[in-house]
Design a protein. Structure first.
Length: 99
């Protein structure tokens, strides 16, 4: 297994733990349906929560190339691109003996 597959498996367990209480409450509401009044807003919220967790899990498949770049890679870009350009130019100038 690659590092990406290990991380994806770990996130799968986290997402399963996130969905477990929600699905348990849905099952309890179905069992107690004669005593509980149906709420469309609650049903919409529960469906939305399930879809968000599922979509978040599926979005991991687009990120497999980020783990191949190594630990020095940043998945979040720097706030100021000029700072990054300055670091690159200092590194390049010191390689060629300009310091």
């Amino acid at each position: 297994m690659t590092a990406f597959e290990h991380v994806t498996a770990l996130f799968s367990f986290v997402y399963a733990l996130a969905l477990t209480p929600l699905l348990a409450r849905i099952a309890e509401l179905i069992v107690a349906r004669d005593r509980v009044k149906f709420s469309g807003l609650l049903a919409l919220g529960m469906i939305n929560a399930i879809l968000v967790v599922f979509a978040n899990w599926l979005s991991l498949w687009d990120r497999d190339h980020l783990l191949e770049l190594g630990f020095h890679h940043r998945s979040v870009p720097l706030r100021d691109q000029r700072l990054s350009d300055l670091r690159i130019s200092r590194t390049q100038s010191s390689r060629w003996g300009a310091d």
